[in-house]
Design a protein around this ligand. Sequence first.
Ligand code: SF4
Ligand code: SF4
Length: 424
Amino acid sequence: MTVPIDVKAATRTFLAHVEEHLVTYLEACVHCGQCADACHFHEASGDPRHTPAYKLFPIAKAYRAQKWPLSWLGLGPAITERDLKEWEELLFDTCTLCGRCTTICPMGIDIASIVGTARQAFVKAGLGPTDLLAAADSSRDHGSPLGVTAEKLKDRLEWLADEHEINIPLDKDKADILLTVSSIELMKYPDSVVSMAKVLNHAGVNWTLSSKGYEATNFGYLAGKADIAKLMVERIVDAAKLVGAKTVVIPECGHAYSALRWSAANMLGYPLPFTVLHISEYMAQLKREGKLKLAPFTQSITYHDPCQVSRRGGATADARYLLQDFATDFREMTPTGNLNWCCGGGGGVQAISRAADLRYKVFKIKMDQVEKTGAKTLISACSNCRLTMDESKAHWKWEGGLGSLVEIIADNLVEAPPSAGNGV
Ligand code: SF4
Ligand code: SF4
């Protein structure tokens, strides 16, 4: 049974949680329209509602309704249930928080951050996509959005260690490196977890996973549930403190990296007591230190920059450094790096089932990009991108290959320990 929305209460709550500085952004927009061509949703659908500036519209309308001179008489722009439903779609289904529009906007308006904050206000008003909110609740109640509890983690890691005859340490007393995982990898791409273990074992570092804090994805962050976002961060911080880790390595997951690297300290109110590195950054560091010995990889590949790792994360160059002198037939897409097109499933959009058709449309941009390079395989460093692209690939029956950066690195490790140099 659908519960009727108390529109006035929802609007009041929404507005009460929209921060003042966001309203300043509304005033700063000069309506130049340049951001329209930057957004993959607008590019794929041609729908004017998908332009980035239009996604500010909910805040603008609610704000004007409240500030209208005669609003106390019930006059002024009325907010309706239909408005709220449209806003929900705009804020959750049609923005992956990719930040591409911000790189184009002459006023530097950070629409991704505004949408992220507006999501929190929306959820406080009791609204939001049920499947995305359920993934956040599952993270709070079971430890992960896909229900991977600490017991399931242990079982799964033991199975992977047996199956691949490798050591995957869990709950060591002390370790320099705390490795985290994404439940998307554990359940759908377990080879990625095995690959990270192979790389860390190969480099000879002292590492562990922890049953106290293992899930790197942060659906609280994506769903606008600030309390769950903080809880997910606290679990990792507590686990890292327990083992004395100096570095926490984030797996191939873009928003997990963004949440811990850039937002966690603000959520907690104190600096993190360790360094946060995405697995691609960490592998690049190992290569610089001469701890990665790789055989050349000769298949033709291109690389999809996960938005939160490259454009929003600053690790664009490290993936290239890893591929340099290793992937002998690497071909860049156009555009690439910090201007790469998003996969269409970031920012929680992958978990919203009703957004599937829109994601498929967005993937056509990527298919076109890859085909222009002539590369056989599209490599990514984000399991959420990979899942989004895998589903879209199946939808379009696309024949291009999809793969993972850490997996091609792990598959080409040369077992003799390196002595010096860059290891390649
Ligand atoms: S952040 Fe990305 S998805 Fe969101 S409006 Fe901007 S370009 Fe579009
Ligand atoms: S590019 Fe910036 S200023 Fe121009 S319409 Fe978009 S948000 Fe507004």
